[in-house]
Design a protein around this ligand. Structure first.
Ligand SMILES: Nc1ncnc2c1ncn2[C@@H]1O[C@H](COP(=O)(O)OP(=O)(O)OP(=O)(O)O)[C@@H](O)[C@H]1O
Ligand SMILES: [Mg+2]
Length: 232
């Protein structure tokens, strides 16, 4: 791949990212590019700074110094309003707890982000929710409430909600932390499907057996990322 090609497919670039809490340096001069249509796995000990790094990539937090570049736009050049818009339109979040609304049905939960996005005001939101549910094999659970669904099913609904606005970046912080082995694999298969659609997916996990799903993996240690080489 020549330089122009690799530049075109760069979705997120982190340049010299540092993050300190007081005198505690959590991230130390991180430089990394994340590309379109790739799944990345981040590992590292508890407290190593994985969530801190994801929150910076997801524009939920700011680095102490350094630049985050998304879609070739340096984030430090954007005001808070533009940052919120970029986050809402282009970044989907998945967490260990599914955070589904308990009084809303599966398809209604998926509709939430589209309700607040004016770009979707003329779209049939229910139809789009049902399409997203069927992408993850949950079409016949569409009118169930979260407490009528298994953890794995709830997480797949949370992933559908994360991509409802057609986010091109999906950030998943320990998405399988509460799931058994079978459901872990199902959730990773769902995330892998998004990659086929061109999305950039970044997953934090403690489970080495999921490394087989990654195009690239990194270990966060002492504030730095070290690539993990994994034989598939
Ligand atoms: N708001 C904050 N103020 C002070 N210290 C913080 C803050 N947020 C995180 N930290 C510290 O930063 C370090 C990294 O935390 P982080 O949550 O990123 O770790 P992690 O790798 O995600 O851990 P885990 O695997 O347990 O989720 C921890 O030592 C934590 O105490
Ligand atoms: Mg964490």
């Amino acid at each position: 791949m020549n330089n122009t090609m690799s530049k075109l497919s760069t979705k997120i670039s982190l340049k010299c990212i540092n993050k300190n809490y007081g005198s505690n340096q959590i991230l130390n001069n991180i430089n990394i590019d994340f590309h379109e249509a790739k799944l990345y796995i981040l590992m590292g000990q508890s407290g190593s700074g994985k969530s801190t790094l994801l929150n910076i990539i997801g524009l939920l937090d700011k680095p102490t110094s350094g630049e985050v570049i998304i879609n070739n736009t340096p984030i430090s050049k954007l005001n808070d309003n533009k940052i919120s818009k970029l986050r809402m339109n282009d970044i989907g979040f998945v967490f260990q707890s599914y955070f589904l609304h308990p009084k809303m049905k599966a398809y209604e939960n998926i509709m939430i982000p589209m309700y607040i996005n004016t770009a979707y005001k003329n779209i049939d939101l229910k139809k789009r929710s049902l399409q997203l549910l069927s992408l993850f094999g949950l079409e016949n659970k569409y009118d169930m409430y979260p407490n009528q669904l298994s953890g794995g099913e709830q997480q797949r609904i949370a992933i559908a909600r994360a991509i409802a606005n057609d986010a091109s970046i999906i950030i998943a912080d320990e998405p399988t932390g509460n799931l058994d082995k079978e459901n872990e694999e199902i959730v990773l298969e769902c995330l892998k499907k998004l990659v086929l659609d061109g999305k950039t997916v970044i997953v934090v996990t403690h489970n080495e057996s999921l490394l087989k799903y990654a195009d690239k993996s990194y270990y966060l240690n002492n504030g730095s990322l070290e690539e993990i080489y994994y034989e598939k």
